[in-house]
Design a protein around this ligand. Structure first.
Ligand SMILES: Nc1nc2c(ncn2[C@@H]2O[C@H](COP(=O)(O)OP(=O)(O)OP(=O)(O)O)[C@@H](O)[C@H]2O)c(=O)[nH]1
Length: 339
């Protein structure tokens, strides 16, 4: 009897700048998996694993803790050989392998080196990149977050690290979500769409979303085989062997139990306004509360909610990760946050 060739396991790479809505998308996909067994690989910038932790506690039927793998050591696009390939192999070798693999990259990762890793002989015959999905913070684009400042324009050969990362993510995409559509009006969204479309390969589908809500059947079935057409996906870093993230930095702020979370939120707002903080996120232990509070800040916008009770034996600590471009004044930011 001739056995049919085993179908390759599709993998979706979720890219997008810091705070665009990648974890929100992953959660939406897991909640709408339609019974599919999905494994998730999460990589974050900064040493506090907020995304994986949030997903592990989301309680969605398609989201089992053992199916979430966190790759914490640095950037996924730079550690493919040491971290990513063994992780993929281990997932594929499971007695009950996943039917789809989702990879949430850090907001500062370049997707192309990761897609390239799918050409490695060890995994090439077993898994394919079904699609690269770029989540865009439409609000940040509208605010000119990725555009050159007049000072940058004044320099003849200027680099804008934010713009380069953002463009690399768009240039590699098979599908783009113009997310946070709820925060803009139609005319602003039209402008954002025109700006984003200029950086896309021909034929890439653009969808406007709020809270990354998109049809999971469409998004998890793009059949792009992206590893086979890398030449059509240019990158600012094509001529480099690897790339580093020297342009960006992060640090964690650890606080005890917070008596007045409102006052802390005001101090966070003040710190974000006074310093160029791109992203701030983490968990708070609030005095008198059995549940931990999630803090999510992207630019000036801060969201907070209680997600789950502290587990017994878990250290009740408040930890926030702060991410920005190189040169953040850590002690000044810590002083504002500490109050
Ligand atoms: N108003 C609004 N907020 C959104 C939307 N999508 C996500 N958010 C919020 O934006 C913040 C960041 O969302 P995440 O999904 O964590 O973003 P991310 O891309 O995973 O962030 P990093 O992993 O840190 O790069 C959270 O506070 C979300 O609740 C949206 O469509 N509209």
């Amino acid at each position: 009897m001739i056995r049919p060739l085993a179908r390759k396991v599709p993998a979706t790479v979720v890219t997008g700048f810091l705070g665009a809505g990648k974890t929100t998308l992953v959660r939406h996909l897991l909640e709408n998996a339609g019974g599919r067994r999905i494994a998730l690989i999460v990589n974050e910038f900064g040493d506090v694993g907020v995304d994986g932790d949030l997903l592990a506690s989301c309680g969605a039927a398609g989201c089992k803790e053992e199916d979430i793998v966190e790759l914490a050591n640095g950037c996924l696009c730079c550690t493919v050989a040491d971290e990513f390939l063994p992780t993929m192999q281990a997932l594929l070798d499971r007695p009950n392998p996943p039917e789809h693999i989702l990879i949430e990259t850090s907001g500062l990762a370049l997707p192309k080196p990761l897609v390239k890793a799918f050409q490695w002989p060890e995994i090439r015959s077993r898994v394919t990149v079904d699609g690269v999905v770029a989540v865009v913070d439409s609000c940040a684009v509208a605010a000119g977050r990725f555009a050159d400042t007049p000072e940058m324009m004044a320099q003849p050969e200027h680099d804008n690290p934010l713009e380069e990362v953002f463009e690399d993510q768009l240039l590699c995409a098979d599908m783009v979500l113009l997310n946070k559509a709820d925060l803009l009006d139609a005319a602003e969204l039209d402008r954002v769409q025109a700006e984003v479309a200029a950086a896309l390969r021909p034929g890439v589908k653009v969808v406007r979303t709020t809270r990354s809500a998109v049809d999971s059947m469409v998004l998890l079935g793009l059949s792009a085989a992206a590893e086979d057409d890398l030449a059509t996906r240019p990158s600012h870093h094509d001529s480099e062997e690897g790339h580093d993230h020297d342009d960006f930095e992060s640090f964690a702020v650890t606080l005890g139990t917070i008596a007045d979370p409102e006052a802390l939120a005001e101090r966070l707002t003040a710190a974000i306004a006074a310093h160029d903080i791109l992203r701030l996120k983490g968990f708070l232990a609030v005095e008198g509360k059995a549940a931990r509070q999630v803090v999510q800040a992207v630019g000036a916008r801060i969201e907070r909610w209680f997600d789950r009770p502290w587990k017994s034996g878990e250290e009740k600590l408040s930890r926030l990760v702060v991410i920005g471009q190189k040169g953040l004044d850590r002690s000044a930011i810590e002083a504002i946050i500490a109050g």
